[in-house]
Write a protein that binds this ligand. Structure first.
Ligand code: G3P
Length: 215
């Protein structure tokens, strides 16, 4: 399973990139707003820290506008992937960008049919939003399971990014389903390192070490 970070906070990305655990990064306008720095500089630095795919989202609502934004964004770095919201205009842009050799991540996906369309349009990635589905009273991970099954039935190469992840249990569920990628807020990744018994164990080892003869 590949692990992406779902943040645009450069310091957080730097911290975890140094562990070698980060395979890519996903950003969106809300995450860039939190970063509170010019987005071009932020994306440039993220692409420098993480050599894997870094998703940057377009804002235009029509395919021509999306293509214009996409062509500017890919100028930032070689590993930029264009994040495009699901919709007819979006899928027109995905198709055109694929023909230009530009990779896309179809975002704001909430159903298996939307994911099917994204794959047929030629997206490299599709991002079902699990947490927001859960919030709305649907079982988000059931949608991931369906998408994976449909993709396997037709040998689609589009990779599934489990997005809108809220807690470590989502990561376990994604892993059990064999999802290609999870994109994690740093809070969730940090929580995955933790276990109370690890803390107890560390404290006991330190305590024992005090009584170990040193000479
Ligand atoms: O990757 C998508 C993610 O940023 C959305 O997360 O928590 O706003 O639903 P959330």
């Amino acid at each position: 399973m590949k692990v992406f970070l779902d943040t645009a906070i450069v310091d957080e990305i730097r911290e975890f990139a140094a562990t070698g655990l980060v395979d890519g990064v996903t950003t969106n306008p809300s995450l860039l707003k939190r970063a509170q720095a010019p987005y071009g500089e932020v994306l440039t630095e993220i692409c420098r820290l993480v050599p894997g795919p870094v998703s940057a989202e377009v804002l235009a609502e029509d395919a021509a506008g999306m293509l214009g934004e996409a062509r500017e964004l890919v100028g930032i770095a070689e590993n930029i992937v264009i994040k495009i919201p699901m919709g007819v205009e979006g899928m027109r842009a995905v198709r055109a960008l694929r023909e230009e050799g530009i990779e896309t991540n179809v975002t704001l996906v909430f159903s298996t049919n939307q994911a099917l369309l994204a794959a047929k349009a030629g997206a490299r990635f599709v991002s079902p939003f699990i947490g927001r589905l859960d919030d709305a009273g649907h079982a988000g991970m059931d949608v991931v399971a369906e998408i994976l099954e449909v993709y396997a039935n037709y040998d689609f190469e589009t990779e599934v990014i489990v997005a809108s992840v809220r807690h470590p249990l989502h990561v376990i569920e994604a892993g059990l389903l064999g999802a290609d990628i999870v994109t994690l807020p740093t809070k969730v990744l940090r929580a995955m390192f933790e276990h109370p018994l690890t803390d107890v164990g560390k404290a006991k080892f330190l305590e024992a070490w005090r009584d170990v003869p040193k000479q």
